[in-house]
Design a protein around this ligand. Structure first.
Ligand code: DGJ
Length: 730
């Protein structure tokens, strides 16, 4: 049984594969946290609470309840009742007071995993995959009930958390902070890893030792943003890829977030994650409920590598949905870096015709096909065809592309409105704005008020007309600016602070309608590159554009960081032209292919104009991608090199689940003069099996030799060279 209740100790034990999580009802009715880590047989760990150690004894020293509250490890600590560490819940009650006090009321345990209304979340494919515990806490004074929802996955080291707050009283309550998770670790000797960056440098891992006080990453942009990702790992100081303890936390949410660790005065660490409370508010009238998004918690006793592989398995099987979840994605060619805004039907047809001859399977028409859009300063919101550019219309173009045996995909930026658009001229109040205050422009566009159903309906109506007008089989959903002047013309004064969350719910609503009505369409998310690379988006789209930086060497870092919690099968990655448009670097065509092969794979170049030598290489490159993609999509991913520690090389590996084959990819970033060739140790193989390198089948290596002695990588002449080796069980 993954979840049990010990009546005597009033403790709950959650077992997720080899992980144990224990909490209990402590004196006073508080829900205390006792343990999260490697599997234990015990279900009563009361001794860890040290309830008899003065001065914090609740039974004998109630005159010091505040001391008890300030050191008791808690599952869901509230503001204003003696716990001065970071709290996860606060309100403003009908009298304007801010304290809340949630204590145990009841619980239930059941098979499977509930759906979170209006929100993306991981799921159990059948009820035997997971068990759920709901613990209801109540604040009798405020009339609130908070039901904490924990799900333990049977075959994965994963526990998820979320909650539903209900106003069970008779007066209005304003929620001012509703985080989704809190874990109090009995330890402050840990490192914190976050994924930080900027446009074209997304998700670079950043690791530091926890220091006294609070350390966090967050967003107030209306989406997670390029700068920080809603992911954090806490790990032992000695944790590396293969050993040490690691706890990974990922927020299944695509809006403002906070992820924070606080070391406390008593040598503990409190970790919290949830919707950013800055400018957040939610009015709960009697009978109403608020659902907080999910946090995924992963435990690994074998380093960061195992943590990542657990996330990958969970997301590939229990988050990503749709027809393409388990399928190879079509090899696409996107015209963005080929033409930018300067294209026509003729140009796209030329690209498609040439591409189809080389084995490319889909043409994606990027930004610039609608309204009168010749640059990024107009037409967002005018989702009708720019006839001057697409002479003959969309259907004629799509039919032509289809006649080459290729699919057709299209770009939308549905959340945006250009001041120079018919839509804005007709509905200026549809932009998110504060009445009377000038709107802040970004990329010469505003954000549509997706908290409004009428706005969403209108945009969706236009999108449907386009989608129904031709055989469109792929959508790139882009989002190129962030929110300012956060207010809605449609919300009453007392609900204005709800705009941020309502916006995200609106985006989810539209994505849900789109993926339900057009289940055969492959949806790829994108936000100015990878500003919205989060599990919430993965629930709707099996792939996300990683970054606008398509340089193979920069991608090594971006893809390494992304793989900390997101599966390679979700990483939008293309072979692009040289010199690279972001960094001006020249890299071999083969290396660009090998790096893009880690992700969804495709091309982003003008195939009619690249050097003949590169064009000639495409069919074989595609063959190679097709051959290895099943392994990349379904296998276990191991990081071997780390460009952040040594930027002269990188390597990674994919191993089949049954360990029958492994693909090793190596990039010699900088050639070293006068050195022996490099030796690389593989990971994850069967030590007792024998393997051979497909390109030199006569030599057999034991799995043990490949993992402990390693293989020799042939030294390459020049920089930025890649080598791949395919090992097959003999
Ligand atoms: C940002 C995306 O990341 C690019 O790939 C491209 O689609 C542009 N937007 C188009 O405006």
């Amino acid at each position: 049984m993954p979840i049990t209740f010990n009546e005597a100790a009033k403790s709950f034990k959650l077992t997720a594969k080899d992980t144990t999580y224990v909490m209990q009802v402590a004196p006073g009715g508080y829900l205390a946290h006792t343990y999260f880590g490697k599997a234990l047989p015990d279900d009563d760990l009361t001794y860890l609470l040290r309830l008899t150690e003065p001065p914090f004894t609740p039974e004998t020293n109630d005159r010091d309840r505040s001391s008890y509250m300030d050191c008791l490890p808690l599952e869901y600590p509230c503001f204003g009742v003696g716990d001065y560490r970071e709290h996860v819940f606060s309100i403003v009650d009908e009298n304007g007071a801010t304290a809340a006090d949630l204590r145990y009321n009841s619980h239930k345990i059941y098979d499977g995993k509930p759906v979170l209304e209006g929100l993306p979340a991981t799921f159990a494919n059948d009820p035997s995959e997971a068990q759920t515990l709901e613990v209801t806490l109540e604040d009798k004074v405020a009339g609130l009930e908070a039901t904490l929802i924990y799900t333990a996955f049977t075959n994965l080291d994963v526990i998820t958390r979320s909650l539903i707050v209900k106003n069970a009283g008779t007066a209005n309550v304003q929620l001012t902070r509703v985080y989704s998770a809190c874990v109090d670790f009995d330890n402050d000797e840990m490192d914190m890893i976050t994924l930080n960056g900027s446009w074209a440098r997304e998700r670079h891992p950043d690791r530091c030792r926890l220091r006294r006080g609070k350390q966090s990453v967050d967003s107030l942009k209306g989406e997670p943003g390029h700068q920080y990702n809603p992911f954090t790992a806490l790990c032992s100081h000695n944790a590396d890829e293969d050993s040490g303890e690691a706890y990974g936390f990922n927020f299944v949410y695509s809006g403002n977030f906070v992820s924070e660790a606080e070391t406390t005065q008593f040598g503990r660490t409190r970790f919290v994650m949830g919707i950013n409370p800055v400018d957040f508010g939610w009015l709960l009238e009697p009978g109403e409920s608020f659902t907080a998004p999910e946090v995924v918690m992963v435990y690994s006793d074998s380093g960061l590598g195992k943590m990542s592989r657990t996330f990958h398995d969970l997301y590939r099987n229990n988050l990503i949905r749709g027809e393409y979840r388990d399928k190879r994605r079509p090899i696409l060619i996107n015209n963005w870096e080929a033409t930018y805004f300067d294209f026509s039907t003729e140009k796209l047809v030329q690209i498609a015709e040439q591409a189809s001859k080389l084995g490319i399977e889909m043409l994606v028409m990027d930004d610039g096909w609608f309204g009168h859009r010749d640059s990024d300063n107009s037409s967002l919101g005018d989702w009708f065809v720019y006839e001057k550019k697409l002479e003959g219309g969309l259907k004629a173009l799509v039919d032509k592309v289809n006649s080459f045996g290729m699919k057709f995909g299209i770009w939308f930026e549905p959340e945006m409105i250009s001041p120079d658009s018919e839509l804005y001229r007709a509905h200026p109040d549809w932009a998110i704005q504060i009445k009377g205050r000038p709107l802040t422009m970004s990329r010469e566009q505003y954000v549509l008020d997706y908290s409004r159903k009428d706005v969403r309906d209108y945009i969706y109506g236009m999108m449907r007309k386009i989608l129904d007008s031709a055989n469109i089989e792929y959508i790139k959903w882009d989002m190129n600016r962030q929110i300012t002047e956060p207010a809605s013309n449609a919300l009453p004064k007392e609900r204005q602070r709800e705009i941020w969350h309502r916006y995200v719910l609106g985006v989810y609503d539209l994505m849900n309608r789109l993926t339900t009505d057009y289940p055969y369409i492959l949806l790829e998310n994108c936000s100015g590159g990878g500003a919205r690379y989060d599990p919430g988006m993965l629930y709707f789209s099996p792939q996300i554009w990683c970054s606008d930086d398509t340089d193979a060497i920069e991608r090594l870092k971006i893809q390494h960081g992304t793989s900390l919690c997101y599966p390679c099968s979700s990483m939008g990655a293309h072979v692009s032209d040289c010199p690279n448009h972001t960094v001006g670097r020249q890299t071999p065509f083969a290396t660009r292919g090998h790096v893009a092969m880690v992700g969804t794979f495709g091309y982003e170049l003008d195939v009619t104009r690249i050097p003949q030598e590169d064009r000639d290489a495409i069919p074989a490159q595609i063959e190679e991608f097709r051959k290895y993609n099943p392994l990349v999509r379904t296998g276990d991913h191991y990081r071997i090199g780390n460009m952040f520690e040594d930027n002269t090389w990188d390597a990674w590996e994919f191993v089949a689940k049954d360990k029958s084959e492994a693909l090793l990819e190596f990039v010699q970033v900088l050639r070293r003069p006068n050195m022996h060739s490099r030796r690389i140790r593989l990971k994850g193989l069967d030590p007792d099996a024998y393997y051979y390198d497909e390109s030199a089948p006569d030599k057999k290596y034991s799995g043990a030799a490949l993992m402990h002695a390693g293989v020799i990588i042939p030294e390459q002449w020049g920089d930025f060279r890649s080598v791949i080796m395919h090992f097959i069980r003999a």
